[in-house]
Design a binder for this molecule. Structure first.
Ligand code: AMP
Length: 341
């Protein structure tokens, strides 16, 4: 029997609750400072207490995971706190494709995969001198929007960057990524691809509430003009969306193109949960500015299922539970190698 393990943050509660509902043992790798929070939840069977998440790389902890026959579910915290090399060095089987996480963290690789999937991607700009119109400036990795800023020309870029360096939000030698700002309705499309069934499932869609760009939008322009701080895009919460039904066909097609593209570029492809992130314009065309190659925190909204999972399952199905079910199915047909790396 397999156990499901994950880091105590991001979507750990959803993942472990889903695993418990599927009858699997649950293990939380928990920083000591968060122990009190996670002890509140009875569905967590075992705690591996660490001072820092990086400790999980130690033999001492990986052997506990091994003894438990555990599969590690990667999420945003794993990516933001560990390097690609560290993630790739895991001895514990990782659900999905751990090699594709490098493609999520690296902006150039990310862009390459999005183009391979034939997504409409906002243009990236390699030199701040070439900024000519509204751009968003991003950091590498899964920074969650913290330290991002907007600019319309090189001077604004330099001023905002300098302010953030002064504040200590970004470092002086940090490599920033400049992308055309796409306006419209933001949407984060959540999928699950099963290599066992060779089928794509559309799981749900959410929007993010980001501080303090959202706060800024709530005040009238004359007061906005006086705000000197550089607003950030730091995700604070998520809320659900449903799309116009006429958009769904293209939603599936984008997901399938992504699965195909990743099969071509990052063996064994995009298995398990992923998210395509972008903006719908006035004509309902989707511009993709990002993807996440693992479960996203926006799936936490749908712990009891989403409108789209209701169409596929006659029971509450969260992304966490869907992952656990895939593990169970693979275990019973001896195909764990197909769903882990
Ligand atoms: P990301 O880390 O790329 O998901 O970006 C964090 C946030 O920045 C997103 O949730 C959006 O609010 C915003 N954002 C990122 N890229 C763009 C873009 N090209 N155009 C407009 N907004 C963007």
């Amino acid at each position: 029997m397999k156990a499901i393990a994950t880091l105590g943050s991001h979507c750990a509660l959803q993942v472990l609750k889903g695993a418990k509902d599927e009858g699997l043992k649950t293990i939380l790798i928990c920083e000591k400072k968060r122990e009190k929070l996670y002890r509140r939840f009875e569905f967590i069977d075992e705690f591996i207490l660490v001072d820092s998440f990086l400790d999980v790389l130690d033999q001492k902890y990986s052997s506990v995971l091994e003894q438990n026959n555990a599969i590690l579910i990667p999420h945003g915290t794993l990516i933001s706190q560990m390097s690609s090399e560290q993630i790739e060095s895991f001895k514990t089987p990782v659900f999905g494709n751990k090699w594709i996480l490098r493609w999520e963290s690296n902006r150039e690789l990310k862009e390459k995969l999005m183009h391979e999937a034939k997504f409409d991607v906002p243009k990236s700009i390699s030199n701040p001198k070439e900024i000519n119109g509204l751009v968003i400036v991003k950091r590498q990795g899964a920074a969650g929007g913290k330290g991002y800023f907007l600019a319309t020309n090189e001077t604004e870029y330099n001023n905002n960057r300098d302010r953030l360096i002064k504040k200590g939000t970004i470092s002086k030698d940090e490599k920033l990524y400049i992308q055309e700002y796409a306006s419209g309705v933001l949407a984060y499309l959540q999928y699950f691809y099963s290599p066992l069934k060779e089928e794509l499932e559309f799981f749900g869609v959410d929007k993010r509430h980001e501080s303090d760009i959202e706060g800024l939008a709530r005040i009238p322009a004359p007061q906005q003009m006086k705000v000197e701080d550089v607003p950030s895009f730091n995700v604070i919460a998520n809320s659900p969306l449903v799309l116009r039904e006429s958009l769904l066909d293209e939603v599936y097609s984008m997901g399938e193109r992504f699965v195909e593209a990743s099969k071509k570029l990052v063996n064994p492809g995009m298995n398990g949960p992923f998210c395509i992130e972008g903006v719908y314009d006035e004509n309902g065309n989707f511009k993709t500015f990002e993807f996440s190659a693992r479960i996203v925190a926006g799936t936490n909204i749908f712990m009891n299922g989403s409108p789209y999972t209701t169409l596929m399952y006659n029971e509450p199905m969260s992304m966490g539970r869907r992952i656990a079910r895939e593990v169970k199915n693979a275990d019973s047909s001896n195909e764990i190698d197909k769903i882990t790396t």
